[in-house]
Design a protein around this ligand. Sequence first.
Ligand code: ADP
Ligand code: MG
Length: 566
Amino acid sequence: MQTATDLKKQLSEINHKSYPAYKSLRGGYQFPGYVLFIDHVQGDPFAAPSRVSVHIDGKTAGFPKTLYDTRPKRIALQDYLLRLFSRSIESYSFRAKGSGKSGLIQVSRCGQEILERTACTLNPKDGALILGLQIGFPASGRTIQSQELAKILFDFLPVCVEKTLYYRSLNPRACSQVAQLTEDQQAIRRQLQERRLAAFVANGSILPRESGVSDKPMRSAVPFSSPASLEVTMDLPNRGTIRGMGIPQGITLIVGGGFHGKSTLLHALEMGVYDHIAGDGRELVITDSTAVKLRSEDSRSISNTDISLFINDLPNKGNTKAFSTADASGSTSQAANVVEAIEAGTRLFLIDEDTSATNFMIRDELMQRVVSDSEEPITPFISRVRELYHHLNISSILVAGSCGSYFHVADTVIQMKEYTPYDITERAKKEASAFPAVSSSGHPFLSPSFHRHPIPDGTLKDRDRPKLKAMGKESIQVQKSVTDLRCVEQLADSEQLHALAVLLFEAAANYMDGRRTVVQIVDLLEKQMDTKGLSSFGEASFSYDLARPRRQEIFACLNRCRNLRF
Ligand code: ADP
Ligand code: MG
């Protein structure tokens, strides 16, 4: 193993040489307390920055096992350390000078959700820590300025490592609070299952966000408080007993006037599939972790999906048991989203009328009288929502501000009034009984069949010089194949999209053989992530900017890829 002194010597030897001489630095160097790896060196100062990692052995890092003895606690600790490190190194970016990206220091920026990221990994066996980052190796034009790189590697980086990655430098109370919050969050998740709840919102939670572009909690928001009839207590290992609204499994309707906080509540439930950091306001808002937000999604592609639960007898005689289109309508896209979410193993649908196709959600009585059922290909969701719960045990939480018909099928009706929920189930049921219920569809409930074996086309199979990227939270690109993910609303971070690009590429290369089903393929991807980690995929090696997506979003991504045929 070379040492820090060797690195210093090599840096001075390549100073003022042409940029590719930086490549000679690849390898590991023993610094006091850690090994610095130069994993990948960029081709020129304008290219994507170089990748560097800090490896600290378990004994030196010194984190007590109790802080990472379960998977969720380990992920929360990794997330916490990454935040500390990132905050500490931020101010050093571009302090070293040069052209293009020279001097850039980039580490994953964590949002409000706690995600498993490749930027910081702690070995569950021995507590060894790896922190990865991107550095723009400095040059002026294409002439190496290695004294500037020396500033980063010998002055800036060691200070930040010392301050944030050793247990002895940290506040032990703050570290154990991270673990304690995670234990409490997991306890709520377990109790949801045991008590047949779809979601829990603790009293005092702050649901609205600061603004459309900031995910921080809104200041001076009205804190959440549960209606008495829906209030449940949760016994938590650290906080003790807390109270809040328990949304039962089954069908729940959220109603209320415009601007009273319906969508805000639903959005908090959507993101409640993830754990949140302390101070977020939603750290005790916990939703069934398989929940899927369903919406209409005009113009998405659909490949071999059985949407006959909702759509039959199309005028063009299209087969809706194996439906494909390159340009779906609002209702067919939402029908496909439901069926694909079933295949992805969801136990809870979340639907907002604001983003739904009206003809998919409802067919009112007058319309039924004028246009007979036999002329209407669509069986609306309202006719299926009970059956989905009865036959497949999938609950639904729906926001409906304008459509009263759902009162008939709901088990629980919550009214949002000035941001506070009220349980109006009894009153709503009584009023509804005076109105005719929507007649159920003529089509019997047949569980959708899944015979889907994806095969990639030539675009995805192109192996040379893989080009994988994420365009924010909008879309991903794998070679020349672009997949639009704008309507997959539970993606929390662009790093998850980047990981989806890696997974799509790897699945197309190694797992999609035309015989495996999409479920088997996602199982294999998840198994590899569970056992070897996200960075074990070839195209992920030394990528310190990936975050693990949920199973449901992996399905969503594969299903939207236009270069797969199922
Ligand atoms: P709806 O879906 O019922 O029309 P929204 O959920 O979109 O209403 O909320 C309307 C506005 O009220 C949003 O700007 C939101 O940020 C704000 N808001 C929501 N909940 C609260 C709250 N608890 N306290 C303060 N403002 C809130
Ligand atoms: Mg709304």
